[in-house]
Design a protein around this ligand. Structure first.
Ligand code: AMP
Length: 138
């Protein structure tokens, strides 16, 4: 994956401001942050999307998120943070190497929050529930 920018960061071929590293994972500051301390957490091995991750690697990422978030909040004085994880271009993924954003938040950061909730038409929620339950058996 020589063309993948995050693989190149993981391999030390291009620089990044690292804040955490172990055998499997790397965390570094986002080069175009939404706020001070905006951090990306990646597996060193290339996977495109969350649903492609082996369970043990997903667990390793999940295990480190609280510790990193705590340190980032402490260091930045943020009042809160978002964990953001985009999968696919349609969902806003620009770098096709799975990653988690930790985005420190403050009241006055101007980032806002869009949550355009809708209502299911009659019966559609149950139909979707059944489809997902069936897909989980695959
Ligand atoms: P996403 O839209 O979820 O794919 O986010 C990709 C993120 O990667 C963006 O926030 C970019 O600013 C960030 N990014 C891209 N290239 C680099 C880089 N070389 N070093 C650090 N962050 C990067």
């Amino acid at each position: 994956m020589a063309e993948c920018v995050f693989c190149q960061i993981a391999e030390g071929k291009i620089p990044a401001l690292k804040i955490y590293e172990n055998e499997d994972l790397l965390a570094f500051l986002d080069i175009s942050p939404l706020s001070d301390g905006h951090t990306l957490v990646i597996p060193k091995k290339h996977f495109e999307r969350l649903d492609e991750l082996p369970e043990d690697l997903a667990c390793k990422i999940a295990r480190i998120l609280p510790k990193l978030s705590k340190a980032i909040v402490k260091a930045t004085g943020a009042k809160g943070y978002n964990i953001l994880q985009n999968n696919g271009k349609v969902a806003g993924q620009q770098v096709m190497h799975v990653h988690f954003h930790i985005i420190p938040r403050d009241e006055a950061d101007g980032l806002g929050y869009r949550w355009l909730a809708k209502k299911y038409p009659e019966g559609k929620d149950k139909a979707i529930q059944e489809k997902i339950l069936s897909a989980l058996k695959d």
